[in-house]
Design a protein around this ligand. Structure first.
Ligand SMILES: [Zn+2]
Length: 246
């Protein structure tokens, strides 16, 4: 009886997978920067500002320790965090602002949910998300963005093609530093401190109440102490898979 139940369950699962199978599988592209080859190595720190507030623990640590970072901002975050934007603009040598979309909607052109967030759902809506993010950045007087990272960092292959056609590179990553800002401080610090020459780290700068933010700071300081240097995506040669950069 047990076995029968198990088999029925597996049949139900494979039917469910088959019915979802008409939509192309999503990809989560990776991104590396060209390794330094000599020296202690260099890494690129990318921080997403999806919505919400600003984690001043991270922002202050970056300024105080002169750690450059690429910040992926949405239109909604830009609107609510003028003071943080002001600090970033006051340090153009440290902060590069790039496009995280207008409304933090996954740039996936078929209707589905990713980590509980509803996708753009059509090519037009995906295009609007990318273009509205760029327009919001232009409104702040920032240089035009060259990189795009969609909400959830997952894409349909056709959405990647659309984003590339608009002239943006798609920013994957090689180290998931904070697990969507949901990890504890210790694990976040451990993951970031493990970065090696050529890695691209992703974490979040918009969750000031989460323990992960403390771990981001600890991990970055550990890398700095080991002699690694930090570069922004514009200053490095980014190499992504799934047709995201070439
Ligand atoms: Zn985000």
């Amino acid at each position: 009886m047990r076995l029968l139940q198990k088999n029925l369950c597996m049949i139900a699962m494979s039917l469910a997978m088959a019915s979802a199978g008409h939509a192309a599988p999503l990809v989560e592209p990776t991104l590396h920067i060209r390794p330094q080859a000599s020296g202690a190595g260099r890494v690129a720190l990318t921080l997403d500002a999806c919505g919400g507030q600003t984690d001043s623990r991270i922002l202050s640590a970056l300024v105080d320790n002169k750690i450059p970072a690429t910040i992926f901002v949405t239109g909604i975050w830009l609107k609510r965090n003028a003071a943080a934007v002001e600090i970033m603009r006051a340090h153009p040598d440290l902060f590069e602002l790039e496009n995280h979309g207008g409304h933090h909607i996954p740039a996936v052109d078929t209707p589905r949910k990713i980590y509980g967030i509803r996708s753009a759902g059509s090519p037009d809506a995906g295009l609007a998300e990318v273009e509205s993010g760029a327009a919001a950045l232009a409104g702040t007087g920032e240089p035009a963005p060259k990189w795009f990272r969609g909400a959830t960092a997952e894409y349909s292959p056709s959405a990647i093609a659309m984003i590339r056609k608009l002239g943006f590179k798609v920013a994957g990553f090689s180290i998931n530093g904070d697990g969507g800002s949901l990890l504890g401080a210790k694990e976040t610090a451990r993951r970031i401190a493990a970065a090696k020459d050529g890695d691209v780290i992703i974490s979040h700068i918009n969750q000031p109440t989460h323990a992960a933010g403390e771990g981001v700071v600890q991990g970055l300081l550990a890398l700095k102490a080991k002699g690694l240097t930090f570069v922004r995506l514009d200053d490095a040669e980014g190499m992504g898979n799934n047709g995201t950069t070439e």
